[in-house]
Design a protein around this ligand. Structure first.
Ligand code: ADP
Ligand code: MG
Length: 477
């Protein structure tokens, strides 16, 4: 049995020791800035708490962890290529925009910007590709992508120093060797460097990077980690909400974006991925920013490249080959991480997937074009939703995906409201990627680092904000 497992079992039988260790871990988290605002007062920093995390690092197979890191630069390239391929995006999303208003609005902005002609050739991409280790019935396992996120990616910032806490916890239970194996996970400098590069290429010393932020700012301290990196490079950062942009921003004759007398070099979206982020005026604000000369992270086409529909289309035979015509090894490396993905568009193929899902709903996940956790359907909810939309065009709002059976481990989850006990857990490995392109030239393309998020296996869907998932860092095995 693994040493961490033995320690966990010993701790569970000694509640005093467990309580003390959990307190110590939380306090060390606070000392290391692993903090977030509370759900009770999300817009105030008067009272903050620790960002939820696991007491121990969860074991993760090393080969699959390395596989996820190794494929990241190819995913960066793929997202970027998709964003430059109007025919592909149009075809891939044709059915979806008939069925889903939100994607249709985004696509409308995309079309309008296309028709006006692109104004900015600098592109900054900050994405995160998420995976689970799929445990097959024959005992083998493989790395499978859950999704790729191309807008408002989280998972770095305040949580970068979780390894410091895990090393300490392992040392205090006598696992010295294990503590030395814990990897660093310092992603904020790498993610910020891409924004800094975009700003530098824009070439206006006085222009600012604008963080486009949400109304409820529970993650503000994580943003501050990034802002600090940028200010340290003498890059001015401002924070504005959609509503402020819609009231106070404008374009000059050259389409330069201005707000409150400041020229905006880069718009960094930390909001704007959910229909809840938009009211009528804010759609105008999004359009204004997209039409502008400011560098967008991400631009509207890269945002669309991150939809679940695009993910499903990429899994069709021959599609990856079109994006990497002479690179069979790259195609193979990316495709190896694809789970089964199925169209639900109207037509015979969609009908087949529809029947397959109804016959065996527990084998699948039904996904709408949404981000942020809590939007997917599992089990009998799949049957309910599919029976509602039947074979009419509304079905195309969703895609169907094979359900992954993640590796099960045990850990203690530290989060307000959760009992201090051993949970059966599963993890999602995330790899952060950053790239900067100027016209036809990729100037930077990196796998910046990993994150691990862990939840009790009793939950199907996930979400740090929704109270289900906690931050973690792998113990490679
Ligand atoms: P979101 O954009 O809301 O984050 P995801 O596709 O990442 O959507 O799904 C949310 C969560 O649902 C994931 O973090 C994971 O826990 C679970 N999930 C998603 N797809 C699968 C799948 N194919 N198999 C098992 N669990 C899944
Ligand atoms: Mg996700």
């Amino acid at each position: 049995m693994m040493a961490t497992k033995v320690s966990l079992q010993q701790l569970i039988t000694n509640p005093d020791r467990l309580n003390n260790l959990a307190d110590e871990a939380k306090e060390l988290a606070l000392l290391n800035g692993i903090i977030m605002r509370t759900h009770e007062t999300p817009n105030s920093s008067e009272v903050v708490t620790y960002a939820p995390f696991t007491l121990f690092p969860t074991p993760v197979p090393k080969d699959m962890f390395l596989q996820a890191l190794a494929v990241q630069t190819h995913y960066n390239t793929l997202v970027d290529k998709i964003s430059q391929d109007p025919d592909f995006l149009e075809e891939a999303l044709a059915g979806t925009i008939q069925a889903d208003d939100f994607t249709a609005r985004l696509f409308g902005i995309y079309k309008q910007v296309q028709q006006e002609g692109r104004t900015q050739s600098i592109v900054v991409g900050l994405n995160r590709s998420d995976y689970m280790v799929d445990q097959r019935e024959d005992g083998t396992s493989s790395l499978k992508q859950i999704e790729i996120n191309t807008i408002a990616v989280g998972g770095f910032g305040v949580t970068d120093s979780i390894p410091v806490v895990h090393r300490h916890v392992l040392r205090s239970v006598g696992l010295l060797k294990e503590s030395e194996c814990i990897l660093d996970s310092n992603k904020t400098p790498g993610m910020s460097a891409a924004l800094a590069k975009g700003w530098e290429l824009y070439g206006q010393q006085k222009a600012v990077i604008m963080f486009l932020v949400e109304d409820v700012q529970i993650s503000k301290l994580t943003h501050r980690c990034m802002e600090r990196e940028l200010w340290n490079r003498n890059i001015p950062v401002i924070r504005r909400k959609f509503d402020e942009v819609s009231k106070r921003a404008s374009l000059d004759d050259d389409k330069k974006l201005f707000i409150d007398g400041l020229e905006v070099a880069v718009v960094y979206y930390r909001s704007g991925y959910s229909p809840d982020d938009y009211m009528e005026q804010t759609w105008d604000a999004r359009l204004l920013m997209e039409r502008s000369l400011a560098v967008k992270c991400p631009d509207i086409s890269t945002h669309l490249a991150g939809t679940k529909k695009v993910q499903q289309v990429l899994a069709r035979p021959g599609v990856l080959e079109k994006f990497f015509p002479d690179q069979p090894k790259v195609v193979e490396q990316i495709r190896a991480t694809f789970a089964g993905l199925y169209t639900l568009d109207t037509g015979p193929e969609g009908d087949r997937a529809f029947a397959m899902a109804l016959a065996n709903p527990d084998a699948f996940v039904l996904k709408p074009q949404r981000e942020g956790g809590g939007n997917n359907y599992f089990g009998k909810d799949i049957v309910r939703v599919l029976q509602e939309v039947k074979s009419d065009k509304r079905r195309a709002a969703y895609i169907l995906m094979d359900k992954i059976r993640p590796r099960e481990e045990h850990n203690i989850l530290l989060r307000k409201g959760l009992p201090l006990k051993l949970f059966s857990v599963c993890c999602e490995i995330g790899v952060c990627g950053a790239y900067v392109r100027h016209g036809g030239e990729m100037l930077l393309n990196k796998a910046v680092g990993h994150i691990l998020r862990t939840k009790s296996i009793e939950h199907n869907d996930a979400g740090i904000m929704g109270g289900v998932t906690v931050f973690d860092n792998p113990l490679l095995i």
